[in-house]
Design a protein around this ligand. Structure first.
Ligand code: CXF
Ligand code: ZN
Length: 354
């Protein structure tokens, strides 16, 4: 006989880092509605900071989209997780449109609303008036988030949740671009512009794929040094680039700086492919080259996050070397260090009850 747990139906009080008019984030106690039938309440343990969060800071917003935590409550229609399960969170998709049915959640017809609309798909909000939540279907700069089965990935309880948190966006984007979108193979030559978390993940994935030349370009020497430890065969400092004209199979632009984007285009061989992970450039294409705009490395999070975890466990994807852990209370400092480039991937952690 199954034991029935009473469902909590009233709102709960959570702590959330709410953006203020001075661009600082301040912790507030706010109420959050109980999960609907398709929703999952997750107690957040940690959350990475991604540059996309910084671009959406506006008064009332609760950002955060690289959350990881423990399932606390599930709605009646939720099938694949139960309270106590550990989960990593990723981007949101509807699970029902043509693209989702075709196993391409990055092309979900509701991608913009679900990830950037600060509401559920039907326009409602589980947050109080004046608070913009549901960012990427999670708003994980908080002690608790309401998610769905589409943006959670169940992970083994023995794994460190704070380490796994950034897999859900930045690392998935960089590694997925190399493995899923470009399918880089042995002997290929590529340039990675920008060695933040996305670029570093691309470098590590290209090494796994057996690329012959992995050139990293960045303005920070400390990042270039780490990129070389993680697999880059050559490091180029911005402003001191060498001539790469027509030499490369692939260019991955994670920086979105138009002069570097142009350098990347010129570096491609005929038939070469360039991926833009941020909007930049707009130049014409006099030669036969392809420029792709890629979201989340064309990943299905439920497949790609376990793949990254197993590559990490085998030692070939040492993404933990990119992480700097902060207490959640230090969120403004962590944001400043992310903006300045002092840290590659800041991860905010709530204190854990022992
Ligand atoms: C975002 C970038 C903008 C399009 C959706 C995905 N990736 C990471 O934050
Ligand atoms: Zn992101």
């Amino acid at each position: 006989m199954s034991v029935q747990h009473p469902q909590r139906t009233h709102p709960r009080v959570i702590r959330a880092a709410v953006a203020c008019s001075d661009h600082q984030l301040k912790f507030e106690k706010i109420s959050l509605a109980a999960p609907r039938r398709n929703e999952v309440g997750v107690r957040i343990v940690a959350c990475g900071i991604c540059h996309t969060d910084l671009g959406f800071i506006s008064p009332g917003a609760v950002l955060g989209h690289e959350g990881a935590g423990i399932v606390d409550q599930v709605g009646s229609a939720v099938k694949n997780v139960k309270p106590g399960d550990h989960v990593a969170l990723s981007f949101q998709s509807c699970g029902q449109c043509d693209a989702c049915s075709a196993h391409r959640p990055v092309d979900c017809e509701h991608f913009s609303t679900l990830n950037f609309g600060f509401s559920r798909l039907d326009g409602s909000s589980a947050y109080p008036q004046g608070i913009d939540g549901h960012f990427f279907g999670q708003s994980s700069f908080a002690s608790y988030a309401l998610v769905t089965e589409q943006n959670l990935v169940k992970v083994d309880k023995s794994l460190p949740l704070a380490t796994l948190a950034p897999l859900g966006c930045g690392l998935q984007t960089g590694a997925g671009t190399v493995m899923n979108t470009l399918k880089v193979k042995q002997g290929d030559r590529l340039l990675v512009i920008g060695t933040g978390a996305v670029g570093m993940a691309a470098v590590m994935a290209a090494k796994i794929a057996g690329a012959k030349e992995i050139i990293a370009l960045d303005q920070h020497q400390h990042r270039l040094d780490l990129a070389q430890e993680l697999g880059a065969t050559e490091a180029l400092k911005t402003g001191r680039e060498r001539n790469l004209q027509g030499q490369l199979d692939y260019v991955i632009d994670t920086a979105g700086v138009s002069s570097l984007d142009k350098l990347g285009q010129d570096a491609l061989k005929d038939g070469g492919v360039m991926v833009r992970l941020t909007g930049a450039g707009g130049a014409t294409l006099p030669r036969r080259r392809k420029i792709l705009s890629v979201i989340q490395g064309d990943s299905v999070a439920q497949e790609f996050i376990p793949k990254m975890i197993s590559l990490w466990q085998s030692g070939s994807f040492p993404f933990d070397r990119l992480l700097h852990f902060y207490d959640f209370e230090e969120i403004n400092q962590a944001i400043e260090d992310t903006r300045s480039g002092k840290v590659i991937k800041a991860v905010l952690c709530w204190p854990q009850a022992s």
